[in-house]
Design a protein around this ligand. Structure first.
Ligand code: ASP
Length: 437
């Protein structure tokens, strides 16, 4: 049994939705379907969710609101007409508009894209529409209540052999509609897959799968056939995008693999993400390379630092007291560096430095910006010698200065910090070393 989530580009217009119908019809195991709102039909197009956010922003000016909502109406009316549904779309849109105007909530407004998209697909497939309101639950702090949501979804779908559910939203502690962050339909799909005990969670999108490097930096990077949840987590944390990062947790806990598939190329096997790297036959040393720009490094030096008990704790508690989270903390004998994202430092650097001087009584403290991090990820690195050597050889050969090195204890990931002006060159160098033909 499979749970399928179809993203915005898969639901963008009647033509795409017809493809979705054929994909579902091709396998009777595809029983529970989660959908996004219609996305972009071309680069210049507007996503329905963005059109709805524009409606929410125009709520106080009725003329502006009507003009913004007209864009949403047009999209859904043409979809319903071209699909030849037997729905009264204008009447449905009228009632959605009235609900938006009476609830006056940004999240509720944004959620109507998924709501309408799911009703249309359910109608076409002739299966029940099951609303996510009251099933996906959030607590008082706005955090997902995973166990409670799983229980609600499982109970609701018991005895319902097939259904279409809207992604992206659920119910907040006060009973109002609340959305996930952008791209959150991936999380809804993962919750449904876990709740019904699916064999596979299929995530249908508009690419053939997960690429081993950013195609804007590396020319024609190879597709990853299979990777583990841990590898996915490392790569998506470092900027590789295909799946919402929080979509991993519900399925990982249940041991359900995710298959990234392409709606516009359904016969391609896509990328499979498995719970454990032992399930991967692939013998490549590395699985992928990802990276991010925009980091700074704070270097702290103090004589005899190594014998001062609690020095690291003192440094990190100073960062915490200033409300700054850190990413990495490489250290030497009498030196310790803290790597932070630039946006976390914004406006806070002078006060952080003053607090660090006061707390640590260090000999020197300096802050350097312009750092980029590059993660080379691969489960096979743990069992092989020479992976780090290859990375540094590739960088040295191109005269790229490595400003920081960090290897997690799982040996799944080697992170190097380079000057931002060397970022693209460094990624290409590592890619060519491991994956170049
Ligand atoms: N429609 C929402 C967005 O554009 C959620 C989703 O597609 O997953 O972010």
């Amino acid at each position: 049994m499979r749970v399928c989530k179809f993203g915005g580009t898969s639901m963008a217009d009647a033509n795409c939705i017809s493809r979705v119908e054929s994909i579902i019809a091709a396998d009777i195991g595809r029983r529970y379907i989660v959908v996004s709102a219609p996305g972009k039909r071309n680069k210049a197009d507007l996503k329905v969710t963005d059109a709805l956010y524009a409606c929410a922003s125009a709520m106080e000016d009725r003329d502006k609101f009507d003009a913004a909502f007209e864009k949403v109406e047009k999209r859904f009316i043409s979809i319903a007409e071209e699909l030849e549904t037997d729905m009264d779309m204008p009447a449905l849109l009228e009632s959605v508009k009235a609900d938006i105007l009476s609830r006056r909530s940004r999240d509720f407004t944004a959620s109507r894209g998924e709501y309408l998209s799911a009703i249309i697909l359910a109608n076409k497939l002739g299966v029940p529409f099951v609303d996510a309101e009251g099933l996906i639950l959030f607590d008082e702090n706005g955090e997902l209540m995973l166990d409670a949501s799983l229980a609600r979804v499982a109970k609701k779908l018991e005895g319902v052999p097939r259904a279409v559910l809207p992604g992206f939203y659920g119910t907040a502690a006060d009973g109002s509609v609340k959305t996930f962050s952008r791209g959150g339909s991936d999380i809804t799909g993962a919750i449904v897959a876990s709740a019904v005990g699916a064999d596979v969670y299929e995530n249908w999108t508009d690419v053939d799968g997960f690429l081993s490097a950013d195609p804007r930096i590396v020319k024609n990077p190879k597709l990853i056939d299979c990777l583990s949840f841990n590898e996915l987590r490392e790569l998506s944390y470092m900027g590789a995008e295909v799946l919402h990062p929080e979509a991993i947790f519900p399925v990982r806990r249940a041991g359900i693999p995710i298959n990234i598939k392409n709606t516009f190329h359904p016969t391609a096997p896509g990328t499979v993400i498995v719970p454990d790297s032992r399930h991967i036959a692939d013998k490549n040393v590395i699985t992928g390379i990802a990276g991010k720009k925009g980091f700074s490094i704070i270097n702290i030096e103090k004589e005899m630092m190594n014998s001062e008990t609690g020095f690291g704790a003192l440094v990190l508690s100073t960062f915490a007291a200033e409300g700054i989270s850190f990413e990495h903390m490489p250290s030497g004998i009498d030196t310790l560096s803290v790597v932070v994202r630039d946006e976390c430092l914004e406006g806070k650097l002078p006060s952080l430095l003053a607090s660090l001087w006061r707390a640590t009584k260090a000999d020197s403290i300096e802050a350097l910006s312009g750092l980029s991090l590059i993660a080379t990820v691969g489960h096979n690195m743990a069992s092989r010698q020479g992976s780090a050597a290859k990375i540094f050889k590739a960088l040295a050969a191109r005269h790229i200065n490595v400003r920081m090195i960090d290897q997690g204890s799982s040996e799944l990931n080697i992170i190097v910090g380079v000057d931002t002006f060397d970022y693209e060159k460094a990624i290409n160098a590592i890619y060519a070393e491991f994956m170049g033909d």
